[in-house]
Design a protein. Structure first.
Lengths: 112, 113
């Protein structure tokens, strides 16, 4: 069964304390892995797309990496404004039967 | 450029009442989606559309109907609301299969009493 699992469920960091969020997946025919940020009361906001193992993408304090079984979202020297829920999603399947599967997210709280 | 908009933002229904949620996008996307988000369960796909005049069932379609009469609009209907449909509903849109990222609306918080 296709599955996306994120860990930890929640994470509290001090400002400046770097850490990583994990997204592990078991799917057939991975076409892309996506990271989104979701603030309370708002819709998810797209961050990154990763297409193949070994790929990395960076944006400000965030860096996303991909292996054949998991992806990491590294947060370097986080600030309070990085507090949000981070969602991972994969698009998988064969031609004509693509699925888009979301994980349940990691709630990140960065303390000043 | 408004992106994806949803109306209404909040709604309270009594069991058995009906309502329609409206989603509009101005990015000329072919694909549109309706999700529900519940605590601890992540986003679950209700219905989606791959183009004007087409709709398809997602993971949790029971109790919902949809229509895509115009490319920019995607409507989600609840014919007879149940307390189990209390949730936050998100609409999203994207280019064809891709893999392309999805763009989400701000959500509609629905409570069914």
């Amino acid at each position: 069964e296709d599955q996306v699992t994120q860990s930890p469920e929640a994470l509290r960091l001090q400002e400046g304390e770097s850490s990583s969020l994990n997204c592990s997946y078991t799917v057939s025919g991975l076409r892309g892995l996506f990271w989104y940020r979701q603030d309370p009361g708002k819709g998810p906001e797209f961050l990154f797309t990763l297409y193949s193992a070994g790929e990395e993408k960076e944006k400000e304090r965030l860096k996303a990496t991909l292996t054949k079984k998991e992806s990491f979202l590294h947060i370097t020297a986080p600030k309070p404004e990085d507090s949000a829920t981070y969602l991972c999603a994969v698009q998988a399947g064969t031609s004509g039967t693509y699925k888009y599967i979301f994980g349940t997210g990691t709630r990140l709280k960065v303390l000043a | 450029n408004a992106g994806v908009t949803q109306t209404p933002k909040f709604r309270v229904l009594k069991t058995g009442q009906s309502m329609t949620l409206l989603c509009a996008q101005d990015m000329n996307h072919e694909y549109m989606y309706w999700y529900r988000q519940d605590p601890g369960m992540g986003l679950r796909l209700i219905h989606y559309s791959v183009g004007e005049g087409t709709t398809a069932k997602g993971e949790v379609p029971d109790g919902y109907n949809v229509s895509r009469l115009k490319k920019q609009n995607f409507l989600l209907g609840l014919e007879s609301a149940a307390p189990s449909q209390t949730s936050v509903y998100f609409c999203a849109s994207s280019y064809p299969p891709g893999p392309y990222e999805q763009y989400f609306g701000p959500g509609t918080r629905l409570t069914v009493t």
